[in-house]
Design a protein around this ligand. Sequence first.
Ligand code: PRT
Ligand code: ZN
Length: 288
Amino acid sequence: MDSALRIALQKSGRLNEGALYLFKECGLEFQNGVGSRLLRCEAVNFPVEFLFLRDDDIPAYVQDGVVDAGVVGLNVVRERACRVEVADELGFGKCRLVLAVFKGAPYKCVRDLAGKRIATSYPRILKTYLDEKEIVAEIHQISGSVEIAPGIGLADAICDIVSTGSTLVANGLREIETVLHSQAVLVVQPHLPASKQALLARLRFRMQAVRRAGHTKYILLNAPNSRLGEIIGLLPACKSPTVLPLALEGWSSVHSVVEEDRFWEIIEKLKQAGAEGILVVPIEKMVI
Ligand code: PRT
Ligand code: ZN
């Protein structure tokens, strides 16, 4: 299947599940399912093949054209510094690369780390960050368990990934600065042939519809006609909310779409404006 799109996903780890979920929601089906033992699999209803790799290898595979695209953390893309295009942020695998020090240490910001030793698995990103701030520090590259470096006297600070922050706390560390915000991204080979670009565009269209739906909800409510204008004013919608008359005289049913993060704020205001019977339902796909 030469003309099929080839996409690299993480074989196992934090981004594997989110990536598979996203592609399944895009309607892709696989003959024998997708298990963690597989190294490659083809979709039966779309010309795409997935290769399962270590995340660290994905940027280079995309750059070299071994695969056409890949799903990987932005932190890995930046650290590998490969020539790939970051096409889309995918909304999962969110984390930050931060500078952290011992809770009791006197360092408050990156300037205080001038001349100090910083342990990290991200030497390139850290070096770029320090250079931008015109700070010279000693970068000590280690490949794992970075959080223990200050405790064993290996470093004065660390530069590592956090998501909840509980690993830092468990190791007696505190954050002093964020170096990079990261999440899973779709990276693409910059010189794809036109036929593959067209396939990728079709797939990205579906991925965007899934993502959009993921952070929006469909809302239905009953509104007294006397306050309809006020209630509609509270509701953002793709174009404008749908308003249908209720069998009960003087009332209407209003349907709209709200963003997940504005959701509670809007619901409270709607109630105050006299809305009743508010239903909020998930949206599966959203094509605009
Ligand atoms: O085997 P492979 O090489 O493919 O995987 P990996 O072990 O290198 O990576 P993996 O699966 O751990 O992470 C893949 C990607 O997930 C990372 O490159 C990030 O983009 C993203 N991600 C999101 C994270 C985290 N959250 C995260 N919390 N990657 C790592 N962590 C680690 C962090 O290093 C630290 O040890 O989790 C710990 C901190 O977690 P909290 O929740 O205590 O802050
Ligand atoms: Zn890795």
